[in-house]
Design a protein around this ligand. Structure first.
Ligand SMILES: Nc1ncnc2c1ncn2[C@@H]1O[C@H](COP(=O)(O)OP(=O)(O)OP(=O)(O)O)[C@@H](O)[C@H]1O
Ligand SMILES: [Mg+2]
Length: 396
């Protein structure tokens, strides 16, 4: 192997630990002459202290020493200073000792008495091996670091793709939703017109029959007919509400006041069903230009649904907040929640789980109005403990 140039050796510090002063001095001279920086210690304890202070690249360590023997010292050095390589001096030969020393982390061992040339060559070899190994270790660490970085990037990418996918899905379902509303608007405007006129006639003729007969049985039948006509008319009205209609009566609406008004209107049901209203008005928002009837409609429909869920009592929460840009309203109940498989349908027109008692238009009306005001509504939470709708309306 090629020998190191002298100026490279000047950067190498070697510590010799030997309890025999003569050997210490002699080895020290040999190594200094070759250009190394040399430190010495007469026992292992001092030696380990010096390693801590000066971090030599190499230690020549005697095997047989009082205070702390060479093998113990070797293990201690390797434990504390991984970068410091150790070459052992041993007076005794024998494979067993050699194996034990190498196992404990020695890089080489030299039998005493040694010759100068052999010592120098062994030292150079160990130093070269050290350099290669440390370089390898650095490369491995770098590789590890790069792998971690790639992994982190992968995760980040996956996260971004997921975010974009979610956003896309949301946008898509919003499009579907507004298409449904648009279709509904188109259909309902036509239907209302077509159906309401004959309906009116039915009601009129019904009333005529009723006034023209004294038979209580017939009167009862007519009453039933008129009640059903009323029901159909109610559905048509809701249908019209769900569809787009021009806004009218725009005025400055104070949302908190509207909420209070609707709650007041519901107070008989609230009392009857033993419901507690927990109202939190945090930051009061400014008034917004809107049709008060429409804003009322939002809360009417949300409260109706909430109350419907709490026949045997519960808590109706109304939380009003303003973040400087948006009015944030949360309407919560302690009902049984919306099953996960229904959550994507509840805003669909005609989706209902209430059989004939529900038209399934309540939430689509809410959605239509919220959209008119460029707001957003979502089910923020729904589980066996209840449901929270979160509604955001921009101001201005
Ligand atoms: N707070 C709630 N808790 C549990 N389920 C709800 C709640 N609000 C709405 N839902 C579910 O969403 C469905 C649709 O609600 P939506 O208000 O649109 O129609 P509806 O209440 O069934 O009928 P309508 O309001 O027209 O009388 C309901 O049938 C119900 O299954
Ligand atoms: Mg409803």
């Amino acid at each position: 192997m090629e020998s190191l140039p002298n100026d490279a050796r000047a950067d190498v510090t070697i510590l010799i630990i030997d309890d025999e002063k003569v050997i210490l001095d002699l080895t020290s001279i040999i190594l200094k002459n070759r250009g190394y920086k040399v430190l010495t210690a007469l026992n292992a304890r001092d030696g380990i202290r010096i390693i801590g202070e000066s971090r030599p690249q190499l230690v020549l360590l005697d095997y047989m020493m009082p205070v702390m023997d060479g093998l113990t010292a070797l293990k201690e050095i390797k434990r504390q200073f991984d970068d410091t390589y150790v070459v052992m001096f041993t007076g005794k030969g024998g494979e067993e000792i050699a194996v034990e020393l190498m196992k404990a982390g020695a890089s080489d061992y030299i039998l005493k008495p040694f010759n100068n040339q052999d010592l120098a060559e062994r030292i150079e070899n160990v130093l070269k091996m050290r350099e290669i190994e440390l370089h390898n270790r650095e490369l491995r660490a770098e590789r590890e670091r790069l792998l971690c970085e790639i992994e982190a990037w992968n995760l980040e990418l996956e996260k971004r793709v997921q975010e974009k996918t979610d956003a896309l899905q949301k946008a898509q379902s919003e499009i579907v939703q507004s298409e449904k509303l648009a279709t509904l608007g188109y259909l309902s405007a036509g239907m209302a017109h077509e159906i309401r006129n004959p309906l009116n006639s039915i009601a009129l003729f019904g009333q005529l029959i009723k006034s023209g007969t004294d038979d209580p049985e017939q009167q009862e039948y007519v009453d039933k007919i008129l009640k059903e006509v009323d029901r159909i008319d109610g559905i048509l009205r809701k249908l019209l509400d769900a569809s787009k209609r021009p806004r009218y009566e725009i005025s400055e609406v104070v949302v908190g006041t509207v909420i209070d008004k609707v709650l007041e209107a519901f107070s008989p049901q609230i009392t009857r069903h033993d419901i507690t209203v927990v109202k939190k008005f945090r930051h009061l928002p400014p008034a917004i230009p809107a049709d008060p009837a429409e804003i009322e409609q939002i809360f009417t429909n949300l409260f109706l649904n909430a109350i419907h869920e709490m026949h045997d009592g519960g808590i109706l929460g109304v939380d009003l907040d303003f973040d400087g840009q948006q009015i944030i309203i949360r309407v919560s109940d302690t009902g049984k929640g919306i099953p996960a498989e229904h959550q994507q349908n509840i805003f669909d027109p005609f989706f209902t789980t209430k059989g004939t008692s529900g038209s399934g238009l309540g939430l689509s009306v809410v959605l239509r109005i919220v959209k008119t005001y460029h707001g957003k509504i979502e089910v923020e939470r729904s589980d066996a403990e209840g449901t929270t709708f979160c509604l955001r309306l921009p101001v201005g």
